[in-house]
Design a protein around this ligand. Structure first.
Ligand SMILES: [Zn+2]
Length: 364
């Protein structure tokens, strides 16, 4: 399908770095303009803290049966990375794989499906802040505008058509300890704030698997001490210290279980407090979910080969939907070097992705 390729080359030319509001608005203008001829479609454009998003559905609903979700912002890159370069079926350019290629597929799907006499109950959401946490995109739209679906497909992970139905949750916390300053020669007259944090960290860490753990998938909870600040001199007892922890966790753990663990440990240390910085529930869709089963069957029949399930360590937009009990599938075309130099996507695989999505939505 040459139209997907041309569309993708056009999308790649927008320098949609996450902080560039004019470019983010320009790319959403482009989407709107590209799809303006489609009749009788429900459209809503949002702007939250300057970040634009656009939603399309064939039915007048914000909760269609199937919702496709994509983002048009990209991680930072050199200006020349925004000039698409094609070698055979490979297209290079920032955002080609993550995830303007998939967005081009979604736009063509919308156009193609709009021609059907009986249009499917499908929605499409395009956002522009995924690379910086989705606060003003998916998170806001799910929480405040009720956008969702019975089955949510996010073509942004699981390279080469693998199926991601499990992703780790995330819990970022700042822990503060206060003590009493005194001279390092008379520690018995003071209370060492850093010392408290070391004890708290050691105790928290005992709830996690030590590495090496023996599990090649590392499908277990992890804790990282990312930053610790406190003290100013070798011979002083510090009266203030803080540390920042990054906890990643698997289903059936939840944000509230991890938070209780932190609260329980801290309750043993007077003069300490914590502040939750950010959270995301794990993604978990059972492999026997009927949508997953049917999607896998369709994808394998189009690809003429078996495809496998994989697990995702990093947080994805999927978390905002699974938090509300929606079934999520994350998958992707063939490509690579995301966030690196020479990001690329295989244009043939975009055509395949289109075919899988089209058949999945239309064959019941
Ligand atoms: Zn491990």
């Amino acid at each position: 399908m040459e139209s997907i390729n041309i569309l993708l080359e056009n999308l790649l030319k927008f320098k949609t770095r996450s902080n560039s509001l004019p470019e983010l608005n320009a790319v959403i203008d482009f989407v709107e303009d590209y799809l303006k001829d489609i009749q009788g479609v429900h459209i809503r454009r949002y702007t939250v803290n300057g970040k634009p998003s656009i939603y399309y559905a064939f039915n007048n609903t914000y909760h269609p049966e199937i919702l496709f979700v994509g983002h048009l912002d990209v991680v930072d890159a050199k200006d020349e990375d925004f000039i698409p370069r094609r070698e055979g079926s490979i297209l290079y350019g920032r955002g080609s794989m993550d995830m303007k290629g998939s967005c081009a597929v979604m736009m063509e799907l919308l156009r193609e499906m709009s021609k059907e006499t009986s249009r499917p109950n499908v929605g499409f959401l395009f956002t522009t802040d995924e690379e910086v946490g989705s606060e003003d995109g998916v998170k806001y739209l799910v929480e405040h505008e009720g956008i969702g679906g019975e089955f949510v497909i996010i073509p942004d992970g699981g390279e080469d058509f693998q199926l991601v139905v499990e992703g780790k949750g995330v819990y970022h916390v700042k822990i503060v300890a206060k003590g009493k300053a005194t001279h390092g020669s008379r520690i018995f007259e003071g209370e060492n704030a850093l010392d408290k944090l070391v004890s708290i960290y050691t105790e928290l860490k005992s709830h996690f698997h030590p590495e090496p753990c023996g599990d090649p998938e590392h499908w277990h909870n992890t804790i990282n001490l990312g930053k610790m600040v406190g003290g100013d001199s070798v011979n002083r007892v510090p009266d203030y210290a803080e540390m920042y922890l990054d906890v990643r966790f698997v289903h059936p753990f939840t944000v509230s279980k991890i938070e209780s663990m932190v609260r329980d440990v801290l309750s043993k240390y007077p003069g300490t407090e914590f502040e939750t910085i950010s959270t995301g529930e794990p993604v978990f869709t059972p492999r026997e979910n009927p949508y997953i089963v049917r999607y896998k069957k369709v994808a394998e029949s189009v690809l003429k080969r078996p495809i496998s399930f994989i697990k995702e360590h990093g947080a994805t937009d999927g978390r905002f939907f699974t938090e509300r009990g929606m079934a999520v599938l994350i998958t992707a075309p063939r490509g690579g070097n995301i966030h690196g130099n020479d990001e690329w996507v295989d244009l043939d695989s975009l055509k395949t992705l289109f075919e899988i999505f089209f058949r999945f939505v239309n064959e019941k």
